[in-house]
Design a protein around this ligand. Structure first.
Ligand SMILES: Cc1cc2nc3c(=O)[nH]c(=O)nc-3n(C[C@H](O)[C@H](O)[C@H](O)COP(=O)(O)OP(=O)(O)OC[C@H]3O[C@@H](n4cnc5c(N)ncnc54)[C@H](O)[C@@H]3O)c2cc1C
Length: 417
């Protein structure tokens, strides 16, 4: 049964993260917005330590105890992504750029979690026996392949003598690619084709570990928003990685579409998480408007008929409705991810809806406060710039509309494009 009620642990986590947002994000948000490419190390180090503290309790327990705890966990409904969504929403409420620099929040590890084999999860996600990545990234986009992944030309060729994949190609707009490269246990999940003739069917995803010879960051973007988060170009020239670093079952045949479907599963998990980020910044804007109006002595009534409301009351209630309904859609998609129920439709809908809401609500907030909204003395105009990205990465609003329409109408990708 769907249950969106927050556990005590989630409420406690939100409280802690709100304190982090109030003390470590908001006071320096403007600085990092104006000093693009500086990395917010104080925040990163603090969060790394805080998360390590939480993790160290696990590390200290014996393997027997851990097995017992794991067995108990399997009896409870899985809430991995639900907890992540609450975490992301609150961090994005604090600062959407900082949230993208949060240790252990990367899309690369989400890809391994969504489509990796048990051995790969052990190797790339398990601090006890494998890597302990603090930063991971995911590199799909290329100069001529963004929305249409079938155009990917980054190539992976198997060297049968050494049993290694050799990657060649350039990936652009890789979020946290620099951080993933600086972290010795970090990695970037790269999409490449093993058969250019096969289109989507030839695409697979590969883990490129930080410092792998042949991989290099060649550019860092200047951006409209989320300017504390790095966005880079990753170049690969004869970059050799182990055979097992292809995510999913390595026995997948060359033309088998299962490999691509596996890679696409990542989106079903990550899109609702991006939606959660969009809703965090939307909530920040909405709360700020209410606060400022209250400080100005403007009373905002809610429990009255719409026809009796002032224009601002009506606008605010519309904004609130958009944020809340979007959150419900998002939580449903996330609950389905946790239950491992197919959620391509819900995931696309949650992302396209929240992407829209993020842009509309933050713009409306700027509009309602007029010069105060537009001024760089306040963070509202920054939030408006920050929010837009949620409608672009992990599939634009248009692409998610297409995905949802195909699902509803029962069309294949080739029928509706
Ligand atoms: C700050 C930032 C961070 C990013 N981070 C990452 C990352 O970590 N990893 C990564 O791989 N990529 C990342 N991206 C890239 C992002 O995912 C792409 O920009 C996005 O998928 C769109 O691809 P594109 O830029 O090639 O645009 P295009 O595909 O060229 O699309 C251009 C416009 O046309 C629309 N369009 C395209 N096809 C259709 C269609 N069939 N029907 C209707 N409209 C259509 C699109 O919606 C868009 O509005 C990032 C981008 C930005 C700006």
């Amino acid at each position: 049964m769907i249950n969106f009620e927050k556990s005590k642990a989630v409420i406690q986590m939100q409280y802690v993260l709100k304190t982090v947002a109030d003390n470590m994000m908001r006071p320096v948000s403007r600085y990092f917005d104006e000093n693009e490419h500086e990395i917010p190390w104080d925040y990163i180090n603090y969060m790394h330590q805080a998360m390590r503290g939480m993790g160290s309790a696990n590390l200290a327990t014996s393997p027997e105890k851990q097995k017992e705890e794991a067995a108990q966990k399997t009896k409870k409904p899985r809430q991995v992504f639900q907890v992540m969504a609450y975490q992301i929403e609150m961090l994005s409420w604090g600062d959407a750029g900082f949230y993208l620099c949060t240790p252990r929040g990367g899309l690369g590890s989400a890809a391994v979690e969504a489509a990796g084999t048990p051995e790969q999860k052990q190797k790339f996600l398990s601090p006890l026996d494998g890597k302990d990545p603090i930063f991971t990234a995911m590199a799909i986009t290329e100069a001529d392949a963004g929305s249409d992944n079938s155009k990917i030309v980054c190539r992976a060729v198997l060297d049968e003598e050494t049993n290694e994949w050799i990657l060649n190609g350039e990936k652009i707009f890789v979020t946290a690619g620099k951080l993933a490269m600086l972290d010795t246990d970090g990695y970037t999940v790269v999409w490449a084709t093993i058969d250019p003739e096969a289109g989507r069917a030839g695409i697979r995803s590969f883990v490129v570990e930080a410092g792998t010879p042949g991989s290099e960051i060649t550019k860092q973007e200047h951006k409209l928003g989320i300017r504390s988060s790095d966005t880079v170009t990753l170049n690969m020239i004869d970059c050799r990685i182990p055979f097992e670093n292809m995510i999913g079952d390595p026995e997948i045949k060359k033309k088998d579409t299962k490999g691509f479907k596996g890679a696409m599963q990542t989106f079903n998990v990550t899109r609702p998480l991006v939606a959660a980020a969009a809703l965090g910044v939307s909530r920040a804007a909405l709360e700020e408007v209410r606060l400022v109006l209250k400080e100005q002595g403007i009373e905002l009534r809610t429990m009255i008929p719409r026809s009796k409301m002032t224009n601002i009351e009506r606008e605010l209630s519309d904004m609130e409705r958009m944020v809340r309904s979007s959150w419900n859609l998002t939580m449903k998609a996330i609950w389905m991810s946790d239950q491992k129920i197919s959620n391509q439709l819900e995931s696309a809908m949650s992302k396209l809806h929240a992407g829209d809401v993020g842009s509309k609500v933050t713009q409306k907030a700027v509009e309602i406060l007029g010069p105060m909204g537009y001024s760089r003395e306040f963070l509202l105009e920054k939030w408006m710039r920050d929010a837009k990205i949620n409608d672009i990465f992990e599939g634009t609003g248009q692409i998610n509309r297409l995905v949802a329409a195909r699902k509803i109408l029962g069309y294949r990708g080739s029928d509706l494009r």
